[in-house]
Ligand binder design. Structure first.
Ligand code: HEC
Length: 465
């Protein structure tokens, strides 16, 4: 019997197929700038009151007196400003992540930024742990028919190829046996456990307004149906290896891409990278905040920014996304952002990335106390700097001894805050990076601690009680 891999009924060339699925190949990896997982930004406390979309290119400006809104309006007047000053600044050639198309869409151009509206989020074969359930789309379907067996179409949960010599035993292969593993959303009917036949991969396309099911690939082999009947293993002999690789490279849509047992699309509508009118259900924004609808979003928290966004920048992004029309084009970015209509202008402080719990009293003061006050104590402080007790906050706003040109903390400017330079081991510091470890000569705070101090400084280094 000839064993061929063929797109038996392929009305579209492979490339067209891939492009039809849009941004399928973009995945959000766990790499990038990591901010601690103990982060918990506050819920946005008010129900956003969605504005009427303004028809005019120049909506009436915001005339209230909230300083954050006024700052956002003057610095990020249009969508192009938001792109250029907020999104683009995270695209620096060395540290930027926004151009890393493996993890994120390439957002360097306004055209690409606009394409992120309505685009699917991360669902790609591989790097599955960082896929968010709500990004999962309805999976492609798998079906085996022939050899006296007919399974019907069953949604694919996830698919994996395990390399190695094919199984040659008499019984069913073990669960982690080499082969093409297909995990299904629902069990295969019947009792049969071994079938030598063709396995078809099917997808629904909408062409010219007509909904059609197409088999976009076939793989003929010996299929084992394991107990429970939701796990199927297709035998892959050496000469079939290329066929399987080719099959996987098509980008089969997995309904449970993160393999956690929840098929996101069955639970609700899949979300998009950016959703016009709905910043809170926009994946890129959720990745900045680390949460969506009170639920943690997997992956590192700062996908776009090497530096956390200030409240004014968050507001600009929220208001742009909230007030941009559906299916925006580049021209829509040139319009002034409608800050007056934007519901978040009512309470921009609610967008603070710092969130609850990462305040001076609850977090920053404690980080200093736990990590620094052994040496920077009240009685005989090193460098004449006490980082515990009364008056610490006031002292931090004063000049450093080692570099009197800089204050220890400069609200809004981590790079001009000498204490921040000391904890990040900046090359311009005098003495050692802090916290100093006398045994090894070095020592460091965790990434999360440093990131929290940085975000706190960026947002004004405010002392709360
Ligand atoms: C093991 C003792 C030790 C620990 C722990 C320590 N420091 Fe220091 N710190 C020193 C010494 C000694 C100096 C002066 C020499 C130097 O800078 O290397 C200093 C200097 C500094 C200075 C410079 C002060 C100025 O006015 O210019 C800053 C800022 C500082 N430390 C911050 C911190 C912070 C923040 C922590 C905790 C995250 C920390 N230190 C933990 C011993 C320590």
């Amino acid at each position: 019997m000839a064993r061929t891999f063929a797109s038996s009924f392929s009305p579209l060339p492979l490339a067209a197929l891939i492009s039809l699925t849009g941004l399928t190949s973009l995945t959000m990896g766990a790499a990038g700038c990591t901010i601690g997982s103990d982060f918990d930004p506050g819920e946005i406390e008010f129900e956003p009151d969605r504005p009427e979309l303004s028809e005019s290119d120049d909506p009436d400006p915001y005339t209230g007196d909230d300083e954050i809104v006024l700052e956002a309006q003057s610095q990020f007047r249009t969508g192009l400003d938001v792109h250029q000053k907020i999104i683009w600044r995270t695209c620096t050639p060395f540290d930027g992540v926004c151009h890393n198309s493996k993890e994120f869409p390439d957002l360097r151009t306004p055209a690409n930024f606009v394409k992120a509206f309505g685009a699917n989020c991360n669902v790609q074969y591989g790097e599955y742990e960082s896929v968010y359930d709500r990004c999962e789309r309805p999976g492609d379907r798998f079906r085996i028919s022939g050899g006296g067996y007919e399974s019907g179409q069953i949604e694919i949960g996830w698919i994996e190829s395990i390399a190695g010599d094919y199984y040659q035993g008499e019984d069913l292969p073990p669960e982690d046996s080499p082969g093409l593993h297909i995990h299904l959303a629902d069990p295969m009917p019947g009792e049969q456990t071994k079938v030598y036949t063709s396995g078809g991969f099917e997808r629904t396309f909408i062409t010219d307004g007509e909904v059609k099911d197409f088999t976009f690939a076939n793989y003929t082999t010996l299929w084992y149906i394991l107990p429970g009947r939701t796990h199927v293993i297709g035998e892959v002999r050496e000469y079939q290896g290329d066929q399987v690789q080719e099959l996987l490279s098509v980008g089969i849509i997995e309904g449970d891409a993160n393999r956690n047992g929840t098929l996101g699309a069955r639970e609700g509508d899949p979300i998009h990278m950016l959703s016009a009118g709905d910043p809170e259900n926009s994946y890129l924004i959720a990745r900045l905040r680390g949460v969506m609808s009170g639920e943690e979003v997997p992956g590192s928290r700062m996908p776009l920014a090497n530096q956390p966004l200030s409240i004014a920048e968050m507001l600009a992004l929220f208001c742009l996304v909230e007030t941009i029309p559906e299916d925006p084009g580049e021209a829509d970015l040139a319009r002034a952002v409608d800050y007056a209509g934007c519901s978040y202008s009512a309470d921009p402080a609610g967008l603070n990335l710092l969130g609850e719990g990462v305040t001076w009293a609850a977090r920053i003061e404690k980080v200093l106390e736990y990590n620094c006050s052994g040496c920077h104590n009240e009685i005989t402080p090193e460098a004449d700097l006490a980082l515990i007790g009364e008056g610490v906050y006031e002292r931090l706003l004063e000049p450093s001894q080692q570099n009197p040109a800089l204050n220890l903390i400069e609200p809004g400017e981590p790079e001009s805050s000498y204490l921040y330079l000391k904890i990040t081991g900046h090359e311009d510091i005098v003495g050692n990076p802090m916290p100093y470890n006398p045994l090894t000569g070095e020592g460091t705070l965790t990434q999360a601690e440093i990131a929290d101090i940085e975000t706190w400084i960026i947002n004004g280094a405010i002392e709360d009680e």
